[in-house]
Structure formats: structure tokens, C-alpha cells
Design a protein around this ligand. Structure first.
Ligand SMILES: [Zn+2]
Length: 323
């Protein structure tokens, strides 16, 4: 397959990672600088397309200086071990809570296998190679990485995952949003939240959207998939959908604990925002693959259960007089 790359901002070029052979599901981005920097790698099935994309953009195997990850979920980072072997001078940057799972991906792989199953793991994500520990560096909140002529600043943006970072490019003001705003695939005017178990947290997710809104002075660059110009409208929509999806699950949980029934309610909520028609089917499949209703329902239900447990504990601690 020919590499597909397209410029999304001055000196920032999207590379289609062809995740699991699928077009326009997951993007990586090359930031051109004295020290060329790749943001995201895509999964193990994306190593060849991304390496060929970098080659087409004139990045020799010894020239890539940095690989920066928004988070370690396999669709974003499953390929980083194999790709860093192909680009031996690249330093790999990741949130401190993610670093050890890149050096030893066994827990990452087992938890993804629980969510996706063996078959989809192999077809979507492929093999996961470790990153040698000496190649890894951690990025903390507010940390600015100087890549020569421009910088990349890390913003703690938990909610989707506790170790999620958004990344801001100093020279254009674009923000790489990872999964913090959800999924926005081309050609479909839908923004779907990405609320997977075990770490989804509504309050943190909403606060993270607001951090991204404050930081982004131009385009939002989605991992799934590509640029969106209208920062405010997109952030408004992301917050609204996070709340609506959580409300739908909360409502369902008042009358049932059965996951299938909760999924049914959330499927109706998802259908409210989607268009019908044959041409939309491909994109609906994309949304289901990237952030399936069942996965999101599981993540939201888990969040609400944890929250109810916390509330109950707080009431016990407060004692009977505090009603
Ligand atoms: Zn993702």
C-alpha cells in the first residue's frame, strides 16, 4: 500500500497508520523540526505504513529524534517497540504512569485482550514489542520538550485513561488530542466519546476537555482521525456527549444491572447522533471498532459504580448526624 500523508498545519503532517489494514482509522503525526518528532505510532499492524510514510516525508532511519505518545493504549502505541527498533536514534516520551508498560507490555496486552478478545487483538493491533528501558523518558504535566526550533508541551489530560497526555506544538498552537475528546472520523458529523474501562472518569474527562480548549490556539488533531478547526464548538460537543452518554448509562442502571440492557439503552443514545444511509455504514463501523458502545457502556458503568461506592463511604465516615 502506498503511504498516505497530508499536511495539517505548517510543519505538521498526518500519516495514515492503516491500523489493521483500515484506512483513516488512526493517524500518527510528523512534526518537522531540527529534531524530527513523531507523535503516536499506531499499533503493531501500522509499523510498515508509518515507516514508509516517514520515508516518503524524507526522514531517514537515523534521523527521527523523538517519538511522543499521548497514551499507551495499543491503537496509539502498540507499534512503538518495533518502530523504535527501525529508528534507533529516537527517544520515546510517555507519561510516567505509562513508561513501565512500554518496557514490559505484558499487562498492557493482557488487559487489551480482555477488552477486545484474541482475534480482534491480532487483526487490529498485531504484535507488541517492548521498548528498551534506556530509550524511554517520561513527560510530566507542563513539561516542554525542545525539538529544535519548536517545542512540544505535555498537558495532563486524564479521564479516558489516567496516563493520558495532550500535546501542544508551540509554533502552530495545534493540540494533539489523543482520545481525550473522543473519536471524530472524517465524513461523519459525529463526535463519539471514548470511555473505556477500567479508568474512565467523567469529571476528569470534562476537565481535560477544558484544558485542551484553553491550550489550543488553532487546530485540534485527533488520533481518530485528522484535523478539526473549530476548537470551541468541538470542545462543547465533546463535553455534551460525555455527559449525555454518562446520563444514559446512569438512567439505565436505575432499573438494571444487566450489561446487555445497559448497552441497549446506550445504543439508542448513540443512534440519536448518527446519520443513516449506506455511505455512513463504513464510518459507523469505524466508530464501533474504535470506541464500541459495549466498551463505552462498560467503562461508564464501572465509573458510576466506583463513584457510588465512594459516596457511600463518605456518608459512613460523616456519621449519622450529617444527613
Ligand atoms: Zn484510541
Amino acid at each position: 500500500m502506498e503511504p498516505v500523508t497530508f499536511e495539517v498545519a505548517p510543519g505538521v503532517t498526518a500519516i495514515d497508520t492503516f491500523m489493521g489494514g483500515r484506512e483513516r482509522y488512526t493517524a500518527a503525526y510528523l512534526v518537522t523540526a531540527n529534531q524530527p518528532t513523531l507523535v503516536e505510532t499506531g499499533p503493531g499492524t501500522s509499523v510498515e505504513p508509518v515507516a514508509r510514510g516517514l520515508d516518503a516525508l524524507g526522514i531517514a532511519s537515523d534521523a527521527l529524534a523523538h517519538i511522543v505518545l499521548t497514551h499507551i493504549h495499543l491503537d496509539h502505541a502498540g507499534g512503538v517497540g518495533a518502530l523504535s527498533a527501525r529508528f534507533p536514534n529516537a527517544t520515546v516520551w510517555v507519561h510516567e504512569r505509562g513508561a513501565k508498560h512500554l518496557a514490559d507490555p505484558s499487562r498492557l496486552v493482557s488487559s487489551a485482550t480482555r477488552v477486545y478478545g484474541e482475534e480482534r487483538m491480532a487483526s487490529l493491533f498485531g504484535p507488541v514489542a517492548p521498548v528498551p528501558a534506556q530509550r524511554l523518558r517520561v513527560l510530566a504535566d507542563g513539561h516542554t520538550l525542545d525539538i529544535g526550533g519548536r517545542t512540544i508541551t505535555a498537558l495532563d489530560t486524564p479521564g479516558h485513561a489516567s496516563h493520558h497526555l495532550a500535546l501542544m506544538d508551540s509554533s502552530t498552537g495545534v493540540v494533539f488530542t489523543g482520545d481525550a475528546l473522543g473519536i471524530h472520523v472524517p465524513d461523519l458529523p459525529v463526535l463519539r466519546p471514548a470511555t473505556p474501562p477500567p479508568e474512565f472518569d467523567l469529571a476528569l474527562a470534562v476537565a481535560s476537555v477544558e484544558r485542551i480548549r484553553d491550550a489550543a490556539s488553532s487546530t485540534l488533531l485527533f488520533a481518530h482521525f485528522g484535523p478539526i478547526e473549530d476548537v470551541d464548538r468541538t470542545c462543547d460537543l465533546a463535553v455534551r456527549r460525555l455527559n449525555e452518554w454518562t446520563d444514559a448509562v446512569r438512567g439505565a442502571m436505575r432499573s438494571t444491572t444487566d450489561l446487555d440492557e445497559i448497552v441497549e439503552v446506550l445504543t439508542r443514545e448513540a443512534a440519536r447522533e448518527t446519520v443513516t444511509g449506506a455511505e455512513a455504514q463504513l464510518d459507523l463501523d469505524r466508530l464501533e471498532t474504535l470506541a464500541g458502545v459495549r466498551m463505552n457502556a462498560t467503562g461508564i458503568a464501572r465509573y458510576l459504580t466506583k463513584q457510588a461506592d465512594r459516596d457511600a463511604e463518605a456518608r459512613e465516615d460523616a456519621g449519622p448526624q450529617a444527613s
